[in-house]
Write a protein that binds this ligand. Structure first.
Ligand SMILES: Nc1ncnc2c1ncn2[C@@H]1O[C@H](COP(=O)(O)OP(=O)(O)O)[C@@H](O)[C@H]1O
Ligand SMILES: [Mg+2]
Length: 298
């Protein structure tokens, strides 16, 4: 779509705004699949979100799933950096009308798709109604149905972090045995539960020395949360062991699953993928359009 066409479409959507936003003229429903949408967050940075999301996406793709990773973190060690791919465009180019969404989504190892981050991620939270409708139409025109969408969220409790958590059906919190990681995870859960009424959380313990340590950390977090935050539901999704194959592959800008498929970490990523699929985690009632609508608050 060129700039003139984009503007024309934009204007058409502006006109639509006064009418029903309910269907917004988007009756066409190409997203027939019911994808799982999981948002990965952490209280503290550097706990392994991007490493886990990237490898998990590949593990799921190798199990035959169509996976899209939405990179929602503007940090330095982005998904594309970890995979050694350099996206030319980001969602920003969709907003400016220079590219379509399909142009922006790139392919990674094992066929995973990646929607790269940019300052556009922040813009996503502050779009006008016509911009939202325009974007929804872009999402609508993506042809491939998705099975799983993983969101690599930023750390902390910013509005943007909350925004993606609210749009996803399932929230996964990643923490490590480090005390500050546990307290920061608690702080994030507190905000999500008190301010945003989120009652259900999935937990992944990363960087664990053993399976026992991981379950102990899970219990430590949930005991405190149960005592001080009231009734919340916590599901233990699994753990990833402390393993040098992860930093080694980060340095080589390749996924650990590709470089060290037999490592303890890679076994952990596959276990995690298995758990997500077998426990029906993140399965939505609606389709992917439902997610985008949620995300765009339409
Ligand atoms: N299980 C692990 N064992 C050893 N190192 C890890 C593990 N998980 C992550 N790392 C290392 O920690 C660093 C931060 O991980 P990253 O995935 O970028 O975290 P985040 O996305 O949460 O900021 C990376 O350099 C990675 O190599
Ligand atoms: Mg990261």
């Amino acid at each position: 779509m060129n700039q003139a066409e984009t503007l024309k479409q934009w204007k058409a959507y502006s006109a639509l705004e006064d009418q029903s936003v309910g269907n917004g003229g988007h009756d066409k429903d190409v997203f027939s699949a019911q994808p799982r949408v999981l948002c990965f967050s952490s209280g503290k940075g550097g706990v392994g979100k991007t490493s886990i999301v990237t490898n998990l996406a590949i593990a799921l793709a190798r199990m035959g799933k169509k996976v899209l990773v939405l990179d929602a973190d503007l940090g330095l060690a982005n998904v594309d950096v970890m995979l050694g791919i350099s996206p030319k465009y980001s969602i920003q180019h969709v907003f400016s009308g220079e590219r379509t969404l399909a142009d922006v989504i790139i392919r990674g190892p094992s066929g995973i798709r990646l929607l790269p981050a940019s300052s556009g991620i922040q813009e996503l939270c502050h779009l006008s109604e016509s911009e939202k409708l325009f974007l929804l139409n872009e999402f609508d025109s993506l042809e491939d149905p998705l099975d799983v969408m993983l969101i690599d969220n930023a750390a902390g409790i910013s509005d943007t972090v909350m925004y993606f958590n609210m749009a996803a059906q399932k929230r996964v919190i990643i923490l490590t045995p480090e005390p500050t990681s546990i307290t920061d995870a608690y702080a994030l859960i507190k905000v999500l539960s008190k301010r945003y009424m989120v009652k259900e959380f999935h937990i992944v313990v990363n960087w664990a020395n053993s399976k026992d340590e991981a379950t102990r950390i899970f219990r430590q977090l949930t005991t405190v949360a149960d005592r001080f935050l009231g009734f919340l539901s916590f599901h233990y999704l699994g753990y990833i062991p402390k393993d040098t194959s992860i930093p080694k592959s980060v340095r080589q800008q390749k996924a650990a699953l590709e470089l060290f498929p037999d490592s303890r970490a890679s076994n952990g990523f596959r276990r995690l993928a298995d758990n997500i699929l077998s426990q029906d985690i993140g399965k939505s009632d609606g389709n992917i359009k439902f997610f985008w609508k949620n995300l765009l608050r339409l």
